[in-house]
Each structure stands twice: as structure tokens, then as C-alpha cells.
Design a binder for this molecule. Structure first.
Ligand SMILES: Nc1ncnc2c1ncn2[C@@H]1O[C@H](COP(=O)(O)OP(=O)(O)O)[C@@H](O)[C@H]1O
Ligand SMILES: [Mg+2]
Length: 367
């Protein structure tokens, strides 16, 4: 075996079929570098928790392989894996003290009493829990419970920390501040985090890379900015960010740029699917941030013709976002969200919406 492992964690064609024949996860491939912050996002029931539990060893895999630092761990019991899990709603022992909760993982590993106390004291200090060490966890605040859960997970010094919607139970303000703490903690520890959330905003802020899951399969694995600006599938285009999606047919490709014929004209964008063939159904995806709004007479050249006139049905401003509801030439209604600075002037009831060819992404149309 080489001295340096290829990946901290590797999932190869992992599949999970439950006894009731539900296919919870299939074809799951992922390679994670040491120290990466990876998030799993996707709608409820898409297989996030199942995947996390398979990595932790709480759930057997039906087929495929899981490797940690090149070692195949498919059959390794949970307590012998170098992972720790922070469960949804923390799953603390309510009638045990903070200290007992934190000590639990070390007791399972049969660590000697003196070393156990040293470690627990250290981590209680680190998470500012020393003062509440002898209190039962059911009397603690949400933030304190969160810190106990983290201390309990980290006291065993895992290589990989698995977190299942750990911020779900907290109110918005606390969530924000703990988000920041979590990111700092991960950077300082330098260990790999696998973070499950259904909140894309959380994943976009925290992650080095995001795995978008849908119906048990991986749709896309990308850094946040790429996921946001270059979706690869219709599901990702709908699930992440606020995209306008225009369906059409791929008419041609020139120098990486594709031309899509739509009901509103021929538009240009970046082709993000090498397998997409000319003449097949394609969608042009435009993030709301990329949309400029002009008077109908504005020049279209700067946008290489990427412009559609729309009749304004409604226009509302909330904070820095303008919500426009437009009617397009074919009577289809289109909702456009744009930064207020992009629509400063007073226009008549018709506007031109435009976007740069670099900011539109062309993908295969969904089934
Ligand atoms: N223990 C189980 N037995 C049978 N089916 C399960 C079990 N746990 C989860 N499932 C099913 O597997 C699918 C994925 O669930 P889960 O991994 O919990 O999704 P998520 O965490 O993304 O919400 C769902 O259809 C769910 O109903
Ligand atoms: Mg879940």
C-alpha cells in the first residue's frame, strides 16, 4: 500500500435496496479528498441519510464498495470505522449529563479512564461546555445541544465527520452563526466533513463541493459556483438557484457555444453536455443574476441576440431583488428575479430581458 492514500473516502457504484424493495441509492460514485467539505443535497427521500449511514456502517450496502484511505471497509463494523456521526436532531441521551454524553464514544472504544477524562475535559473546554458538564442535556438550549453533539462526535478524533442535517432544529439566527463556526472548525481540524442538508443555501455557503442527489442517484458533483452557474441536468437547474429555463432544439455548436432554437428566437449559450447532439431537444438555462432588463428599444448586439420582449404583468421589489412577472410573445408567463440595480429606469409596460451568451447554459432536455 502506498504511503499516501489516493482518497480519504471513495464510494464506487454503491447501491442500497431495503428489505421492502425500495431502491434508496444506486450508482453512487464519489471520491473525496482529505479535508474536503462535501455536502449532499436533494429533496426528502432522495437517499442522503441512507448514503451517510452506509459510510458510517449503520446500514449494510447491497452492492458496490466503500473505501477509506484505500482500505475497503464494506464489512467493517461501525465502531471500528474512523468516522463519527452527528445525527439529525443530535440524538443526545437526554437523561445523561453533558460529560457522559461526550464520553460515550470513548467508553464504546474501551479507552482507559485517565485518558478518557483528559480527552473529555479538553473537548468540553474547546466547546465552552465546562460549566454545564454536569447538567443533563434535556435542559440545554439549542446552541448548547449542538455543541454537545459536535463535542461527542469529535472527541474520538475521527478522520471523517458525518453530519445529518445538524442545523435543521435550530432557529435562523443561531443557524447562521453555527454555520460559520462549523466552517472554521472544519478548516482548523483539517478533517473531511460529509454534511447532509436539504437547504441548498447552507450547502452553497459551506461546501468545497456539493453532491446533488435525486431519486437515489447522483445528478451532479461540483463546487458551489459551478453548480450555480453551470447546471448539468434539468433537475439541478430547477433545484439549485433561481433559473429561467427555455426549451428548444440544439441548432448548432461553434467554438463551445451552442445555438438553441426556441419559440422566442435563436439564442446562444455554453454547451454543458458533450453528448448533446445537434437536432435534439435542449434547454437553455439562465440564472436570474445573469438577466439584465432594458427598454424594448435597447441594442441587442452586446447580448449576441439573447433578448426576449415581455409584457410586464407585475413588478415588485423585496430588499434588493425585483420580482418581475412577464408575458412572453407566445403568452407563456415568465417569472424573472433580478437585482434592483438592473431595472432602475421607469419603463412602459414592455421590457427587454437580455443575458450574455457566456451566462446561459445549454443542457439536454429532461424526460
Ligand atoms: N429503514 C428503511 N427501510 C425501508 N425503506 C427506507 C428505510 N430508510 C429509508 N427508506 C427509504 O429509502 C429512501 C431514501 O430515504 P433517506 O435515505 O432517508 O432519504 P433522505 O435522507 O434523502 O430524506 C426513501 O424512499 C425512504 O422511504
Ligand atoms: Mg434524511
Amino acid at each position: 500500500m502506498s504511503a499516501v492514500a489516493s482518497y480519504d473516502l471513495e464510494l464506487a457504484a454503491v447501491r442500497k435496496v431495503y428489505d421492502n424493495h425500495v431502491v434508496a441509492v444506486s450508482n453512487f460514485d464519489l471520491r473525496v479528498d482529505r479535508g474536503e467539505f462535501i455536502s449532499f443535497v436533494g429533496p426528502s427521500g432522495c437517499g442522503k441519510t441512507t448514503t451517510l449511514r452506509m459510510i458510517a456502517g449503520f446500514e449494510a450496502i447491497t452492492s458496490g464498495d466503500i473505501l477509506i484511505r484505500d482500505q475497503r471497509i464494506n464489512d467493517l463494523p461501525a465502531e471500528r470505522r474512523p468516522t463519527s456521526t452527528i445525527f439529525q436532531n443530535f440524538a443526545l441521551f437526554p437523561h445523561m449529563t453533558v460529560r457522559k454524553n461526550v464520553e460515550y464514544g470513548l467508553a464504546v472504544k474501551r479507552m482507559g479512564a485517565a485518558e478518557r477524562k483528559r480527552r473529555v475535559d479538553g473537548i468540553l473546554e474547546k466547546f465552552e461546555l465546562t460549566d454545564v458538564a454536569d447538567r443533563k442535556t434535556n435542559g440545554l438550549s439549542g446552541g448548547q445541544r449542538q455543541r454537545v453533539a459536535l463535542a461527542r462526535g469529535l472527541v474520538v478524533e475521527p478522520q471523517i465527520l458525518l453530519l445529518d442535517e445538524p442545523l435543521g432544529a435550530l432557529d435562523a439566527n443561531l443557524r447562521k452563526s453555527i454555520q460559520n463556526e462549523l466552517k472554521l472548525l472544519q478548516r482548523n481540524l483539517g478533517i473531511t466533513f460529509i454534511f447532509v442538508t436539504h437547504a441548498q443555501s447552507e450547502a452553497l455557503v459551506l461546501s468545497d463541493r456539493i453532491v446533488v442527489m435525486n431519486r437515489g442517484e447522483v445528478e451532479q458533483v461540483s463546487p458551489p459556483i459551478e453548480l450555480y452557474t453551470r447546471p448539468k441536468t434539468p433537475f439541478v437547474a430547477r433545484f439549485i438557484g433561481r433559473n429561467t429555463i427555455i426549451d428548444g432544439t440544439l441548432a448548432g455548436v461553434e467554438r463551445g457555444r451552442g445555438l438553441v432554437d426556441t419559440a422566442y428566437g435563436r439564442f446562444t449559450g455554453v454547451v454543458n453536455d458533450p453528448k448533446l447532439e445537434i437536432g435534439t431537444a435542449a434547454s437553455l438555462v439562465v440564472p436570474s443574476e445573469a438577466i439584465d432588463i432594458h427598454a424594448p428599444t435597447a441594442p441587442r448586439e452586446p447580448y449576441a441576440g439573447n433578448a426576449i420582449t415581455g409584457r410586464v404583468l407585475a413588478s415588485d421589489v423585496v430588499a434588493h431583488t425585483r420580482y418581475l412577472s412577464l408575458v412572453l410573445p407566445d403568452e407563456r408567463e415568465l417569472a424573472v428575479e433580478s437585482h434592483v440595480s438592473k431595472y432602475e429606469e421607469e419603463f412602459s409596460d414592455t421590457v427587454l430581458i437580455c443575458w450574455s451568451p457566456d451566462e446561459g447554459t445549454i443542457i439536454a432536455q429532461g424526460a
